[in-house]
Design a protein around this ligand. Structure first.
Ligand code: IPE
Length: 257
């Protein structure tokens, strides 16, 4: 489906990671939603991060380690319920704006093995796209064949779907303008980032359960290899998100092999 666009909205765009409270940054989401509406009915899948609805719990209960004892189940179910709430709110807001959306719980349709996606039920995504409804899924906790359960990032989901469904574009909307190059105390946006160069960059570690910018980019190259145009843009500027989804040049970082 070379017309498909996949958008990952970072948890740091729709929640305030500096606060750790479970609150949605509604105006930011509304602004993105208003811009995305202009793309309808072009096929689009939205994946959003868990932000403060997922990371603090994932850390507190060490969910990356999977099932350890019956008490670890508490963390699993609490996180599942929390990200489900966020997903419902996101869907509600986007629908209110007039972008027809439906929430698809990643923890139910994706199955992992040691944290890597092993299988997915694509039917809900395809059926939804078929009738012009935008599927909205998010980073979640999943049932894992080895660990019993684990954390699955929205980045991995977005890359997987973009590859599997041969998307045209995959855009990561983050809270920064793109990937920076720091030189002589000055920073510059890297407009095109080659895989080799990416491996030499030292990224700031933000200590999230799912690994921040370095992991995002490493995974994203799998989509680039499959022919998807991948870029990282600032989600606080919705017009950049839309332009990048359409494959047009925009301020941000484009990944190239
Ligand atoms: C994290 O998803 C999932 C959980 C912590 C349950 P993401 O990794 O996609 O979330 P953000 O974008 O970093 O917030």
């Amino acid at each position: 489906m070379r017309t498909l666009m996949v958008l990952k909205i970072g948890g740091s765009v729709i929640t305030d990671k500096s606060k750790k409270t479970r609150e949605i940054r509604e105006e930011k989401l509304r602004a993105i939603g208003e811009s995305l509406k202009t793309l309808w009915p072009k096929p689009l899948i939205i994946v959003h991060g868990a932000g403060t609805y997922g990371h603090p719990l994932a850390k507190e209960y060490n969910l990356n380690m999977g099932y350890r004892d019956p008490s670890s189940l508490e963390g699993f179910v609490k996180t599942s319920s929390s990200v489900r709430q966020l997903n419902s709110k996101v869907v509600e807001i986007l629908n209110e704006i007039g972008l027809p959306c439906i929430g698809i719980p990643a923890g139910i349709v994706f199955r992992t093995r040691r944290g890597i996606i092993e299988s997915v039920d694509l039917d809900p995504f395809l059926a939804s796209l078929d009738i012009g409804v935008t599927p909205v899924t998010c980073g979640d906790v999943t049932f894992d064949r080895t660990l019993k359960f684990t954390v699955l990032s929205g980045d991995s989901i977005a890359v997987y779907l973009a590859r599997k469904l041969s998307a045209k574009t995959l855009v990561f909307a983050t809270d920064v303008d793109g990937v920076y190059n720091y030189r002589d105390n000055e920073r510059q946006i890297i407009k095109e980032l080659k895989r080799g160069a990416h491996l030499r960059i030292h990224y700031r570690d933000i200590g999230d359960a799912t690994g921040g910018m370095a992991n995002k980019i490493e995974e994203a190259y799998n989509a680039v290899e499959a022919g998807v145009e991948v870029s990282i843009v600032n989600g606080l500027y919705p017009e950049r998100v839309v332009e990048a989804l359409l494959g047009r040049p925009v301020l941000g970082t484009r990944l190239i092999i």
